[in-house]
Design a protein around this ligand. Structure first.
Ligand code: TRP
Length: 444
């Protein structure tokens, strides 16, 4: 498995690819609906805590496992812990990636559908955006069509290779996405009545908080940072020895969090300002569930000049952000089949694509199945994966090797205090905290 591996070409490319994996529908679609469901500001506070205490240490850890083994998710554990059962952590990750794609691709399909609705101008003529979204949900064939198209598009990039496919596309679309989000956020904040949306986001209140808030926020943090299934292991395996792992991890976490918060600052002010019944808006938001983004945003576009153009640009960029995420997911599973079973890259991609389409079809037909895949991956499988990865790097791996990875064999001036804190977190804080949140969330 140590034949010469492709690596990402530049530092910017590395960050763009890792951030491209992290930034996706998780930030713009899932984060707002989880925030609505979790009661607003308190959810966000817990979420930020999870990013800081679990997220950053775990991204670094996955990078370490990836770069030091130069292998796919399962192969990495195999390589670093030969003969030990750790490889099951990698296998669980591969399975998780597969399950995530099984519902994620459906939402990707929705973005394509909305892109077309924007381009044809039909979105512009809609009066009831909620009914408009429901009519898509009630039309499995329409969803399946777009889901399959998106899966094939992802497969195409997987086949076209690491550098060209992932790196280039991320480098261009990330800044563009950022720009349009800022414009939309400004527009949303300037709406009359937007301030109650902002206070829902930023003024903690216990009114709508649920006992599962910790588990929900932790799951969202893992999901958003692409953690706990080896995505960052696989990307780390493409890093060269000069990349500063800690710095990269922090940049990814900051970018990812900024995009999520920006999405909130667009959706909540817009939803609060544009609603007809402010009294029940929170219940409405929660009821909107996975449709929140697709119901609220078209209303905001209609408040803007040349609404069609904004809508088309937004859904196009959203689809691209989703694409860099699905590429990272599919890459994990494909590389696993390719390296572990010695199948050709083509054959591996074909198998993964077919499997994802099967799951995607079932998710399109059945909302409970869709939710099952969403919940089991984000709230169960990713935290479990993260738990074992922190144990692996904190306790199993040789500390000298971990330090060598963090300091690039001693060439980086990484503060000793940082190294100690990092190991301390991985050993004594992350695993018990994940476990505690898990137990509390399941029994609470
Ligand atoms: N993080 C991506 C998003 O926010 C989704 C994603 C890509 C992901 N790869 C992952 C989620 C690995 C969990 C694990 O949209």
């Amino acid at each position: 498995m140590n034949e010469k591996r492709v690596t990402f070409a530049s530092k910017v490319g590395v960050i763009a690819a890792a951030a491209g994996s992290a930034v996706g529908l998780g930030n713009i679609w899932r984060f707002p609906s989880q925030t609505a469901d979790g009661g607003g500001a308190i959810f966000i506070l817990v979420y930020l805590g999870c990013i800081l205490f679990f997220g950053i240490p775990l991204i670094i850890s996955e990078f370490i496992v990836g770069r030091s083994s130069q292998a796919n998710t399962a192969g990495a554990f195999h390589e670093l812990a030969p003969g030990a059962p750790w490889k099951w952590v990698g296998r669980l990750g591969v399975l998780t990636g597969f399950i995530i794609m099984g519902f994620y691709m459906v939402v990707c399909g929705w973005t394509l559908d909305y892109l077309v609705q924007s381009l044809t101008g039909s979105l512009h003529k809609v009066n009831d955006f909620s009914a408009n979204f429901t009519s898509l949900l009630n039309n499995p064939l329409r969803q399946i069509f777009w889901m399959i198209l998106f899966t094939l598009l992802t497969a195409f990039f997987i086949l076209s290779g690491v550098k060209k496919g992932i790196e280039q596309s991320s480098k261009i679309m990330m800044p563009m996405l950022f720009l349009i989000l800022i414009i939309l956020a400004v527009r949303a904040i300037l709406l009359e009545g937007a301030s109650s949306g902002l206070s829902f986001l930023f003024m903690p209140s216990l009114e709508h908080v649920k006992p599962t808030v910790f588990l929900d926020a932790m799951g969202q943090a893992f999901f958003s940072l692409s953690l706990g299934m080896g995505c960052m292991i696989t990307y780390g395996s493409y890093f060269n020895n000069r990349i500063n792992l800690t710095k990269t991890a922090m940049q990814v976490a900051v970018l990812d969090t900024m995009v999520a918060i920006l999405a909130g600052v667009i959706i909540f002010p817009a939803a609060f300002a544009l609603t007809a019944n402010p009294g029940t808006i929170v219940d409405e938001l929660v009821a909107g569930g996975p449709g929140l983004l697709f119901i609220t945003l078209p209303g905001l576009f209609n408040q803007m000049p040349v609404s069609m153009l904004w809508a088309a640009m937004f859904f196009c960029l959203l689809a691209l952000a989703a694409l860099t995420s699905t590429i990272s997911l599919m890459e994990v599973v494909t590389l696993y089949l390719h390296e572990e079973y010695r199948l050709s890259r083509k054959m591996s991609t074909f198998i993964v694509t077919a499997g994802v389409i099967v799951l995607g079809v079932i998710s399109s037909i059945s909302a409970p199945f869709f939710n099952l895949l969403d919940i089991s991956s984000a709230k169960f499988m990713l935290p479990i994966g993260g738990f074992f990865i922190s144990l692996f790097v904190g306790w199993y791996l040789d500390k000298k090797m971990v330090y060598a990875q963090l300091t690039n064999q001693g060439t980086l001036k990484t503060a000793v205090g940082f190294l100690k804190t990092y190991i301390f977190l991985l050993r004594y804080i992350v695993p018990p905290a994940i476990l505690a949140i898990f137990v509390y969330g399941l029994t609470g």
